[in-house]
Structures are given as C-alpha cells and as structure tokens.
Design a binder for this molecule. Structure first.
Ligand SMILES: [Zn+2]
Length: 313
C-alpha cells in the first residue's frame, strides 16, 4: 500500500544506546545500534547522533536509490518538539542543543525531534486506533514517565510534560523524589522504588521489581504488600488523571509492565472501584517493547514528510 514512498530514517537516542533504522513503508530495516558515548561528554553524544543520522541517510540512498524524505529523532530528557531543541538531559549532560537543525544541516534532510516517551506513546496509540480520545502511556522503569496522545499526536503542553504522571503525589508516602518533593508516585511504584521498598522491609536485596512480582506470586507476604502498594498508588494517580482528562485507554510500558496481568489486573480493578464514574479507561500493557520510541520517531518523520507511515512495528 505504501510501496514506492520515499524512505524515512528514525533514531532513538537513549541514555545507554542509540538505535536507528530506515523504513520504506514495509517495516524498519538496516538497524543501527551503538552505545551512547555519554562518558565522553555531551558534544560526543551529539556527534554520535549526527554520525548515525548521516549513515542511515546514506544507507537509504544506497539501498533504495532515493534520499529519505525526513529524519525523526526520539530523544531522552526534556525536549521542545516545536523548535527541535533537546532542552535538557541529566544523562547526556546536554542543554539547549538544536538537534533537529543539526541533523538537517548534516544530512540535508528535514528533521523532527520528539521526546522518547511521547514517541513511544504515539506508536502504542497508533497500534490501537482509539480515535480522537486521549491515550495515556506510562513508562514504568527506573523512574516513571508518561505522555498523553490526543487524536494520534502527543500533546505538547506548556512546559513539555503533559502526562508526567510519575510526579503526581500519592497518599501515604514520604520518600524523597529526584524532583525535590516527597510522596511522588515514582518513589512508590517505579521499578527501583519497588525493589528498594522490598529491600528496606526485609533486608533482602532483589534484582528489580519483577523479582518482587515473582515473590508476591509465590506468596511472600512482604512482596505482596510492596507490590499491592505500588499497584494501588499507580491506580490512585490514574484515578486523578482519568477524572481530569477522561482517557479512552491507559497503556503501561517500561520494564515493570513485563509483569503483565500481575500489574494490569489489580490496577484495572482499583481504577474501576476508585473512579466511581461510568466510562473507565481500558488498561493494557505495551506491545512494542523497547522499539516503541523508534516506531514513534518513524511516525513523526512520516508526519513531517506528509507521507503514509505504515503500522508501527
Ligand atoms: Zn517527583
């Protein structure tokens, strides 16, 4: 259906890995994957991103005989998609890098910059075609990030953080958060918070939140308490979000979402019970795994170029 459209290039710039690929409408190819050289400073990371973009643009030209129509870059940290600026990232140490303009200068191809979680949110929403209603994507990993998609596009917000549900205050927590406040959802329900809570309670270290979920499933009462508390806190924040935004769907992603039904079922139940309104949003786990941000970067590139995107994969 999309055969014959010009190639698109996408990159996903993460704190540990830079990923990229070329797509001519039948799925990403020519996958590139290399470490993010953040130990060599922000300039080295920018140079690595530009090198990766240039390589993929050359690859698209060689393999498909056409220059790409656009480059989409998904990137971590604070991002201003309107100006194409990577505003801030603690992981890479950069601030106010005009990344879209730099990619355009280097490759001669129009470029667009999107936040990685917003990109993942867009791709997960596109898989499900929820119509114009809001979709919330929550990435539950070391921290908790989130992004709201409306009518197929990530909501920009006034300060680049619509759907950042990890910093919603939840009851009964006084654990200090990286944002400077106490009681944020992120410090109760993220992967690191769940593992730390279990270790504090039992004196036993665990290898991440999924081990807490495994122990809870095996009947360990301390693991059950920690896991249930995390699910309840997540549901509490989702109730607040649902009352205010009325989403059609909540997609749970990130490493903790690999717990599957052990996460989704209690969160869905608590949301249904706590919302007290008709029209509870569907709650599902993510389907695209760690390829979601790259898939979203392709969607942004297709949007910029005005060409068909193809289904995210
Ligand atoms: Zn916080």
């Amino acid at each position: 259906m999309t055969a014959g459209r010009p190639p698109l290039v996408a990159l996903d710039v993460g704190g540990t890995t830079i990923k990229g690929a070329v797509d001519t409408g039948d799925g990403p190819r020519g996958h590139l994957r290399r470490p993010t050289p953040r130990d060599r400073g922000p300039e080295a990371v920018v140079a690595a991103v530009l090198d990766a973009a240039a390589e993929l643009v050359d690859l698209a030209g060689r393999a498909h005989g056409r220059r790409p129509a656009a480059v989409g870059v998904a990137c971590l940290g604070l991002v201003d998609p309107g100006t194409g600026t990577a505003v801030l990232s603690a992981a890479t140490g950069w601030s106010d890098v005009p990344l879209a303009a730099l990619v355009r200068e280097r490759t001669g191809v129009p470029a667009v910059l999107v936040h990685d979680i917003a990109a993942a949110a867009t791709a997960e929403a596109a898989l499900r075609e929820p119509g114009p209603a809001p979709v919330l994507f929550v990435a539950i990993g070391t921290g908790i990030g989130g992004s709201t998609v409306l009518d197929g596009r990530p909501v920009a917000g006034a300060h680049h953080r619509p759907g950042e549900i990890g910093h919603v205050p939840v009851g009964g927590s006084d654990v200090r958060c990286g944002c400077g406040r106490s009681g944020c959802l992120e410090r109760v329900a993220s992967g690191s918070a769940l593992a730390q809570a279990y270790a504090r309670r039992t004196g036993t270290a665990v290898h991440g939140a999924l081990e807490v979920a495994d122990r809870a499933a095996a009947g360990d009462p301390d693991a059950v308490a920690v896991w249930d508390r995390g699910c309840a806190a997540l549901a509490e924040a989702l109730i607040l979000y649902s009352v205010l935004v009325d989403p059609a769907l909540v997609v749970l992603g990130g490493g903790v979402s690999l717990a599957g039904d052990r996460l989704v079922v209690p969160v869905r139940r608590a949301l249904e019970q706590g919302l007290g309104l008709p029209g509870v949003p569907a709650v599902e786990t993510a389907r695209l795994g760690d390829g979601a941000a790259l898939a979203g970067a392709f969607l942004a590139a297709a949007d910029l170029a005005g060409v068909p995107a193809g289904a995210p994969r």
